[in-house]
Design a protein around this ligand. Structure first.
Ligand SMILES: Nc1ncnc2c1ncn2[C@@H]1O[C@H](COP(=O)(O)OP(=O)(O)O)[C@@H](O)[C@H]1O
Ligand SMILES: [Mg+2]
Length: 164
């Protein structure tokens, strides 16, 4: 994951993306576009989401199968907004992943009190990492787990946007 700091504001890159790419998603904080090969998420740079991506990198989860592969974060002048260039993922559309997601959501509901045992070990790591991340943030974070914030890479569940 490379971080690129622009000398210009993010607007011209944003205009380029909006002109040349297809919008594939949006949320409260972000708009997501694609050129058919990668996804480009335009969002605030000081958000909990970016904090989480940097936390993953710092803690060795960058290549974890259950988190998105981030190619680059392009930060506009002033550091308020950025574009996250990442792997293109698919919505969850099979029962296997829906079930897996259910387990995660249940785990989320109770993970504060007691770390989960039954969830696959690999997913556990990511959930626990979010737990550690939320402890580290002074102002706290809000967990935002719903089906719109998890996606699929083939048969693998990817947690894309778990915090606000
Ligand atoms: N890597 C990706 N590949 C394909 N679609 C994506 C990707 N990341 C996000 N999306 C789509 O964009 C939507 C909004 O992205 P999300 O990261 O949840 O932003 P927000 O912070 O605004 O909720 C998602 O629900 C999903 O449909
Ligand atoms: Mg979201």
């Amino acid at each position: 994951m490379e971080i690129q700091y622009l000398k210009t504001s993010i607007e011209s890159l944003e205009n380029d993306i909006q002109r040349n790419m297809k919008q594939i998603g949006y949320g409260i904080e972000a708009k997501v576009y694609s050129d058919g090969r990668y996804a480009y998420k335009i969002c605030g740079y000081r958000s909990a989401y970016i904090g989480w991506l940097l936390f993953l990198k710092e803690n060795g989860y960058e290549n974890h199968p259950n988190v998105p592969k981030i190619e680059k974060i392009i930060v506009g002048k002033g550091g308020n907004r950025c574009v996250v260039m990442m792997e293109l993922l698919k919505p969850i559309n099979c029962d296997k992943l829906k079930k897996e997601y259910d387990t995660i959501e249940k785990t989320y509901d109770r993970y504060r009190a007691k770390p989960p045992k039954k969830v696959r070990k690999k997913l556990n790591e990511v959930i626990l990492s979010i737990r550690n991340f939320s402890k580290q943030r002074k102002n706290g974070i809000i967990l935002d787990m719903h089906l719109g914030n998890v996606m699929a890479r083939g048969e693998t569940l990817v947690i894309t946007d778990p915090v606000i």
